[in-house]
Design a binder for this molecule. Sequence first.
Ligand code: STX
Length: 323
Amino acid sequence: MTMRLDELYPQTEPYEEGSLLVGDGHRVHWEISGNPEGKPVVFLHGGPGGGTSPWHRRFFDPERYRIVLLDQRGCGRSTPHASEPDADLRFVTTAHLIADIELLRKNLGIERWQVFGGSWGSALALAYAQAHPDAVTELILRGIFTLRREELEWFYEGGAAALFPDLWEDFIAPIPVLERNRMIEAYHRRLFDPDPAVHVPAAVAWSTWESSTVTLEPDAAQIAAMADPRTATAFARIENHFFVHRGWWEEGQLIAGVDGIRHIPAVIVQGRHDVCTPMMTAWDLHRAWPEAELVVVDDAGHSAAEPGIQRALRAATDRFAPR
Ligand code: STX
């Protein structure tokens, strides 16, 4: 199977783009497409470290939305890129990403915007909204991920091996048997080794585990794209760095924090067969935030490209679009 985006809006091109100097030597790339007079929306990509792609514009009606995509620090078209052999991620933390989003909002002269995020993007969207509730008109969240211990242990420490024992063997292959009881830490040592002969194979194994388990059926094109050494290295390093630090959150902080944002209209879209960020987290969020609409897509996995997920996300952006 290869990605089909039949449920989304046609592809449009950005009418404006730039690179924002955010401090600490970092530049964050952004682009705007759609209608310059439309309702502002910001797209927060996954990973962290996944970067944006042109098809991410397609969740929004280009006639009614002013669509802002940004590549979070260290990935996509942002610089310095985390794939550089001796990359330093000291200034790549959740707090930095939130500050970058706020700086971009102000620089673009946007007062309030819709925040759309899937997977890691849902975590960042929740954190951003909790830090800056007055800047957010609505939240659209998909494949809910909050970096709690149980979530990380499920996907990176062996839980999901029950469903993909074959792919799990490839994931653990770069790690010696005696270190396999702590996979995230064992990967950390290899991913941040400055020698590409050490970090590239580890990064490709890490990224392939994720890219081959996020869809209901394997998507060969996406798996190949994520195995590119530069893409895989940035993705694996940034994800691993955030996971080692648990997003710099207290356990359960993101879900507990919804008390401050329950007045914001929100839709939660969750694939029933999401192996990467299983539905337990969306359910916990729904329990804490009953006003947010929960849409469970019964025939979908994790990816935003799953047809049922595309449909549900587009229905959500359409509902919040100006008439
Ligand atoms: N990582 C979840 C996440 O945000 C735990 C994510 N997972 N896969 C992706 O993003 C790609 C679609 C970018 C491969």
